[in-house]
Write a protein that binds this ligand. Structure first.
Ligand SMILES: [Zn+2]
Length: 232
């Protein structure tokens, strides 16, 4: 049988529910682009509950089987919907392959271009079927309830949609605007030493030793200057 993209996507659909929306979009692109490169894939894991993770951790430890993870519940990115596992779907549309060869590496290459980190690149405990997109947060931060920032998500989306040839001119223009805005936000969030105008007006960047670490965003420098002028 010849596999269609719809068939391949339907096979993985249930594993995509519960993923972070940006990670889900990246995973959909990964399935599509891998298919377009002649490599149909199957997503075998997405979101994993804490209980499921604990059960998996017990395997090879307090329960029979081979050790498959070093992460107990709450310590895997799967528990926060920002990680996926995959394998290759064979031409019969049913059997799968875990052989790490050229086809596997093609998928890895596409995943990385979408912004995923690959478990095969890890120094200890290489996890070849694993991809994750964590938006700069650690599992400790996720456990504490932190959520990805707007900027981190917009940046990830920019990467996911970068090579999308199917975008119309209008979509492309809207997309370029988002990218420009993200760049602007990043620049605004950057801490810098005192600007020239500040030093000129107040004599020094650290107010002659009154500020121990004089690095602020440009907005903060302006607010500080306003406050100093009021107090004069
Ligand atoms: Zn995984």
């Amino acid at each position: 049988m010849t596999l269609t993209l719809d068939y391949v996507k339907a096979k993985s659909a249930s594993r995509l529910s519960g993923l972070h929306p940006v990670v889900r979009q990246a995973t959909e692109r990964l399935i599509e682009r891998s298919f377009a490169s002649g490599v149909p894939i199957l997503i075998t894991q997405g979101l994993r509950s804490i209980a499921e993770q604990d059960a998996l951790y017990a395997q090879g430890r307090s329960k029979p089987g081979k050790i498959v993870t070093n992460a107990r519940g709450g310590y895997s990115n799967h528990n926060f919907g920002v990680a996926i596992d995959f394998c290759l779907l064979q031409p019969d549309g049913k059997s799968v392959s875990w052989t790490v060869g050229p086809a596997w590496m093609k998928v890895v290459e596409i995943a990385k271009s979408l912004g995923f980190e690959w478990g095969g690149d890890w120094k200890s405990f290489k996890d070849y079927p694993h991809f994750e997109m964590c938006f700069g947060l650690t599992t400790a931060q996720y456990r504490a309830g932190r959520q990805p920032t707007e900027t981190a998500m917009a940046k990830a989306l920019a990467k996911i949609n970068k090579e999308d040839d199917s975008m119309t001119a209008t979509e492309k223009a809207a997309f370029d605007k988002v990218v420009a805005r993200v760049t602007e936000l990043e620049a605004a969030a950057k801490r810098v030493p005192a600007p020239k105008w500040f030093v000129a007006e107040f004599g020094s960047g650290d107010l002659r030793g009154k500020i121990s670490d004089p690095e602020f965003t440009l907005g903060e420098w302006r607010v500080l200057a306003v406050g100093l002028r009021v107090n004069e």
